[in-house]
Ligand binder design. Sequence first.
Ligand SMILES: Nc1nc2c(ncn2[C@@H]2O[C@H](COP(=O)(O)OP(=O)(O)OP(=O)(O)O)[C@@H](O)[C@H]2O)c(=O)[nH]1
Ligand SMILES: [Mg+2]
Ligand SMILES: [Zn+2]
Length: 367
Amino acid sequence: MVGFKLDPHFTGLKAAPDDMTESVHENISLAQLGWRPFFQQQISLEQWENPVARVIAQHRNRLELLGEAGGLGLELHPGMPPITVGDWLLLTPEGQFDRLLDRQSLFRRKAAGSKVAEQLIAANVDTLFIVTSLNEDFNLGRIERFLSLAHEAQAEPVIILSKADLCEDAGSVLDQVHALDPLLMVETLNCLDENDVEKLAPWCDTGNTIALMGSSGVGKSTLVNTLLGQAVQQTGAIREDDSKGRHVTTGRSLHLMPRGGLLLDTPGMRELQLADCDEGINATFSDIARWAEQCRFGDCRHDSEPGCAVQSAISRGELDARRLASFRKLIREQAFNSATLAEKRARDKSFGKMIKAHLSEKEIHKR
Ligand SMILES: Nc1nc2c(ncn2[C@@H]2O[C@H](COP(=O)(O)OP(=O)(O)OP(=O)(O)O)[C@@H](O)[C@H]2O)c(=O)[nH]1
Ligand SMILES: [Mg+2]
Ligand SMILES: [Zn+2]
């Protein structure tokens, strides 16, 4: 078991004083933090009374947790499993780290730069708000890419078409998005308008955890501020005439919304790439997968093979050729990223073997 120390900055049951939502954190219930039967089921009867807490921030050597008893810090140790913001931890009665609970959903990515190891970004996100702007670079392929990430992570996607106030014909764009999947949830809104943002109320209920994704400038920070009812993040408009502090340093990644939901806001979400994302892509393009089942050849590439059901669906006008092109592009992207990941793993493995071989030689020498 791995020990943990109480955070020296932790001053009692209240969250740290720099926390903007301090008042809401007093007497918080587990349900408000997103506790579900899914997590409860992982706890044995003997552990029933043990405290549980959710990770609300991640620092270099330390996690910030929030539970029924308030906030506390947890020192990270090498023996602990990889933990990320949004995770649920079971603690011992003494308040020590006991166990990481299984996740309902998980976003992960390759680390940036030359290292290609995997990094955990966010856990237990219920809903992913995919924000894309109506007036600028609206692009269906980009939405499909974000949808694949949502599906892979097991989060429910909601498409938010922002800057509706700047768009003359939102209807035609809305039709295009609905054509991707008739069951897809789509909302058009002005992120600056409180009343408009009310449209998102169904996903902002108590205990529901939301994360956001979208290109730069589409209005994510604006939406975060409107949802939280305060300027937690700097937006494009403010940044322009403020060359200093680019980022507001709250440190917290999980915020309580006034209406009860939780907003998980971590910069890592922006750099997510498709890697090991087969399931996510197939879920996003389930129409193509359905047609492909009827292709004559099991390994049909849907090019010019005889008996290709995908191509014949395109020629009958039942499948958009753009969709197949987008599907292929995402498959290529994820295959490329997964290959570099696999190389890294193979390297690690052979390195491990080398060490092992070296050790056993030593052993032989000893004998
Ligand atoms: N008219 C209008 N302006 C918006 C809307 N949403 C955002 N904006 C403006 O668009 C600009 C960019 O918004 P941000 O919220 O900073 O965009 P972002 O997605 O956070 O961008 P990055 O932080 O760079 O990823 C700002 O000037 C906002 O005021 C909207 O719905 N309508
Ligand atoms: Mg922003
Ligand atoms: Zn085919």
